[in-house]
Design a protein. Structure first.
Length: 358
């Protein structure tokens, strides 16, 4: 989704991926010309006889939920044509974010579409990506309709790891969505976070944290060959965390706790539901990262996308807190939640910004 300046840029990234031992390409029609550029690059590599060993490329693309059977069929065939392949290894329902999206897959037009894609050999297996609630993701995993899931799993936000473990226990593949950029813009971390993670790079520690948890696939999102350097160095690093990694992870957590003191939100979610639909844990998570590791650019960008990205992100920011106090008796740590939400808004509210993909 990032190597989109020219087809030659995509070809350069794929050559570097081969050299790094990468065999999985994940894309979507929504990512501008990505599928077309990938198709051209794959054709060039086929002509050169260059492909990963042990079965060649594994290709994942996506379909948006909610469309009709006919439009879904046409969209899938268009993806196959752009990519220059007859079969997708993995088809992900792209953004299974609402209950209506899951209903579409389980009993609506989506169910018919998936059956057709599998029966005609256009797709080998079906999964989903989700930015939705934990309850929705758990329901999707338990449905037995999917063979893999793509989730936001991050070193600095491990709250969905139990969902990943649930999927792994059901023999589902688990892909971590953007552990670098959405994980805290770890490819360009703050000086404070770099110090907290020393002697490791923050992104190196984030990758190892997820690999050691059993996550089967990490997305890298390369714009250039240089972006794959770290992935290449970690190609065989999927074993348990070693003593030094565990020490640094404990230090990272301790530093966050020291800086936030009694105002640290532990993300237990006991404060919910909010009568004004304020997503309290998510907003206080951004505050944790801003005060705890000085991730101001990342947290500011995420905060100012609220209400501007549809069902892909939160729709209500901290200014909607009415200080009703409904959440206060439910917080096990007696956090002054309305005051912390007001601080979050003062700290992070700014002019609106555009998300990468609208």
């Amino acid at each position: 989704m990032r190597a989109l300046e020219a087809p030659g840029q995509m070809l350069q990234v794929l050559r570097a991926a081969l050299a790094a031992g990468i065999n999985h390409l994940e894309t979507a029609p929504a990512y501008g010309p990505a599928e077309a550029f990938l198709g051209q690059a794959l054709a060039q590599l086929r002509q050169e006889g260059a492909a990963p060993g042990d079965g060649g490329w594994v290709i994942t693309s996506k379909l948006l939920p909610g469309q009709s059977f006919l439009s879904g069929c046409e969209a899938l065939d268009a993806s196959l044509d752009r990519l220059g392949v007859r079969t997708l290894d993995n088809l992900a329902i792209h953004g299974l974010n609402l209950d209506s999206h899951l209903d579409w897959v389980l009993s609506g037009e989506g169910a018919r579409l998936i059956d057709w894609a599998l029966a005609t050999g256009r797709v080998r297996q079906v999964g989903f990506s989700s930015h939705g609630s934990n309850a929705l993701i758990e329901r999707a995993i338990a449905s037995d309709r999917f063979r893999f899931c793509c989730l936001h799993l991050h070193l600095l936000d491990p709250t969905r790891l139990p969902l990943a473990q649930l999927a792994l226990e059901r023999s589902m593949g688990v892909l971590a969505i953007s552990p670098a950029d959405k994980g805290g813009r770890l490819q360009a971390p703050s000086d404070l976070l770099k110090a907290d993670c020393s002697p490791f790079q923050p992104l190196q520690l984030a990758y190892r944290f997820l690999l050691a948890a059993g996550i089967s696939t990490l997305t890298v999102g390369a714009r250039s060959a240089a972006d794959l350097k770290l992935a290449r160095s970690l190609a065989a690093s999927d074993g348990p965390l070693d003593r030094e990694e565990l020490r640094v992870l404990a230090h990272l957590q301790r530093q966050r706790e020291l800086r936030l003191g009694p105002d640290l939100c532990g993300q237990c979610r006991a404060c919910l539901p909010c009568p004004n639909d304020v997503p309290i844990p998510e907003l206080l998570r951004l505050r944790n990262l801003a005060h705890g590791h000085d991730l101001m650019e990342f947290t500011g960008e995420r905060y100012n996308l609220i209400g501007r990205a549809g069902h892909w992100w939160e729709t209500v920011d901290a200014s909607s807190c009415s200080s009703c106090g409904d959440c206060l008796p439910r917080c096990p740590h007696q956090l002054p939640i309305p005051d912390l939400l007001a601080d979050t808004h003062r700290l992070l509210a700014a002019a609106p910004r555009r998300r990468l993909w609208g």
